[in-house]
Design a protein around this ligand. Sequence first.
Ligand SMILES: [Zn+2]
Length: 259
Amino acid sequence: MALFHACPLCRSRIPHFVPLPRYYIDKSVEHGFPYRVDEFETINHQAYSCPNCHSSDRDRLYALFLTPVFQRLNQAHPFRFLDIAPGRAFSFWLKSHPHIFYRSCDMYMPEADDKADIHNLPYADESFDFVLCSHVLEHVEDPVRATAEIRRVLKPHSIAILMAPICLSIEETYENPEVTTPEGRWGHFGQDDHVRLFSKSGFIDVIQRAGLAVQQVPVTEFLTPEVCDTYGIGPSSVLYLGVKQEAVQQEPQPERNVA
Ligand SMILES: [Zn+2]
């Protein structure tokens, strides 16, 4: 057990992190959602948020992953970072890096730089060095199209962090178009504004169908268990990276019938 805890976003020492609010657990139980919070990947529900800046465990995970990435950058060139559906603590942390050109977008959040639909992003092709899309794809109509838009705006060989709630107890992603009410979504998907429940393989499939290569990065590859404990990150957390590799091959042309 760490002697103290710390938040990499607000850079404060804290006695302990705050658990996930009971509201989420109580609501899903009330509406008959069949899975427990500990059946989901990458949510440290017992040490969820920073009492100072309210960062979540995933925000802290992203910051600790990106810190060495940012340290390696050539600071003479601005690093263009797109944050989709920005979280307050994380965007504040990103903006504290002077060589990061930060842009955020969202359909509804007034604090985002651009009002944008993720299915049709208002940015030029190959205009960003990095994209963060965290806990968005479980809300949207067409997650493959949304991820393909992320691919389009990424520069070649660039990376997106793509994260969503992943239920480890199901084999296939669950969708149900008949479930349209907030109460129904609590019961079927675990939150009133989610429209699907991702399985691990189903989430990976979305990224691949959008034309990005998937890299899974277990937190243990870059943080020790002691560091995870200090920063309130679950030791079984996994980051999903979507990597834009060479151009997607064109659809094969139909063979011509030679008479
Ligand atoms: Zn904090």
